[in-house]
Design a binder for this molecule. Structure first.
Ligand SMILES: [Zn+2]
Length: 275
């Protein structure tokens, strides 16, 4: 489930290598993966990429002539790798770029449902495609965060995950950030005082940086997450078992001692079963 730290670690690993040689062949691409038809993929052939950039959870590869932008969104299960020349790759990649010399940038996605996406865009179209996104969660200033929270009647967990508010944070890192900030996932964003806002801002930055560093070392979910997915395991700060509230689409994990003043919140999925 790649979020900002995972995508940023990947971006850093691809930034240099993707610009080493021009693109020889663009494609094949799975019909469901390639989201655009114009410009055609082959318009990339013969051009060179100017490294890798990132906007929230999306990877952006601009051509060095500034005319085209390849955008990749891994969604929940996509995986993007650079394979050295002659290294065996998957039989049916969801998308592939082959560089002069034989290295390949390969996108795979297990399972039948293809949700990861690749877009080939002009710079103007790319700008439009990204216009709905809020500011990047990494490097957000305290003043900008305070501004985003003002008048925001939503609960913090949902607020942090809304890509139109700020972009890059999903379910897992919302859990990690709120635990570090010692804030309830269900507190209203608008009701944070200056001190709590300060803690939230620092936690966003420190947790995303921690994630980038650990993912850069190749660590897995088990070793990266401290709260997310750790139901019943002792909180690494106070030892209280981590609790959860499960919703249809996601699960909130939190420490009742560190975050909700000792209160355990009703697990809605469980409550529904008992009704
Ligand atoms: Zn705790």
């Amino acid at each position: 489930m790649p979020e900002l730290p995972e995508v940023e670690a990947l971006r850093r690993s691809l930034d240099g290598p993707v610009s080493l040689a021009p693109i020889e062949r663009a494609g094949p691409a799975h019909l469901a993966t390639l989201k655009t038809v114009e410009p055609p993929l082959r318009a990339l052939e013969g051009r060179r990429l100017a490294g890798a950039r990132r906007r929230g959870k999306r990877l952006l590869f601009a051509t060095d002539d500034g005319e085209l932008m390849l955008m990749v969104h891994l969604m929940s299960a996509g995986r993007l790798r650079l394979l050295a020349a002659r290294k065996r790759g998957p039989a049916a990649p969801a998308f592939q770029l082959t560089f002069v010399g034989g290295a390949r940038l390969v996108l795979t996605e297990p399972g039948k449902r293809k949700r990861a996406g690749v877009w080939l865009l002009t710079p103007a179209a790319a700008e439009q495609e990204l216009a709905h996104l809020g500011p990047d969660a990494l490097g957000l200033s305290a003043a900008a965060l305070a501004h985003l929270c003002r008048g925001e009647r939503r609960r913090l967990h949902g607020f942090l995950r809304d890509q139109r508010v700020l972009t890059g944070i999903g379910r897992a890192w919302a859990n990690e950030i709120l635990h570090t900030a010692k804030l309830s996932p269900f507190a209203l964003a608008s009701e944070l005082d200056a001190e709590a806002l300060g803690r939230l801002g620092e936690a966003i930055e420190s947790e995303l940086e921690r994630g980038i560093a650990l993912r850069g070392q190749g660590l897995s979910d088990e070793d990266v997450y401290r709260v997310h997915g750790k139901l019943g395991r002792p909180c690494y700060v106070c030892g209280t078992p981590i609790a959860r509230v499960a919703f249809e689409e996601h699960t909130v994990f939190y420490c009742p001692h560190c975050q909700t003043g000792g209160r355990k919140l009703a697990d809605r999925r469980l409550s529904r079963l008992l009704r």
